[in-house]
Design a protein. Structure first.
Length: 160
């Protein structure tokens, strides 16, 4: 059983490693409204603290990031049920989400000539993962991910 200080250190490391990602998720979810964003960040951090025991101790950084994303989305879905959003804010958020979903669909339509690995890499790129994170998730080297990204771009240029 880890000591209390070790649990605090693990949580501090997790927040230090993924804090900017949490802030980006919360900013997007709150449509850039700073007071709502601050509330969401606080709720996400509290949720991460309460569920820290569900994260495997030997998890890689990429696995941690997926876990953080899952926990934050859980907070967001709970907040939608209990938090009195204004209708204008909901409409703005839907508009932003619809636009990004349209762009994503367009890219996926253009990607019909990609092989399975290229589709995996493109999906992770569209989800906001870095080259290093994609490499860890797919068990590749970062250089190989760059090569796959280059092939994706070349194939998509031909589609245009």
């Amino acid at each position: 059983m880890p000591t209390t200080n070790a649990r605090y250190d693990d949580f501090d490391r997790l927040v230090h490693r993924h804090g900017s990602y949490i802030r980006r998720l919360c900013w997007w979810q709150s449509s850039g409204r700073s007071e709502d964003c601050a509330d969401l960040i606080q709720d996400c951090l509290l949720d991460l603290w309460h569920h820290r025991h569900t994260l495997r101790p030997d998890a890689s950084e990429a696995q941690e990031r997926l876990w953080v994303k899952f926990r934050c989305r859980s907070v967001f879905s709970h907040r939608k049920e209990t938090w009195p959003y204004e209708l204008a804010t909901l409409d703005e958020a839907r508009t932003v989400a619809d636009e990004s979903e349209d762009k994503r669909r367009l890219l996926e339509d253009m990607a019909c000539g990609l092989n399975e690995r290229e589709h995996q890499v493109l999906t992770l790129i569209l989800d906001g993962y870095s080259r290093q994170e994609i490499a860890e998730l797919l068990d590749l080297t970062p250089k190989h991910v760059s090569q796959i990204r280059f092939r994706i771009v070349e194939k998509m240029k031909k589609e245009i």
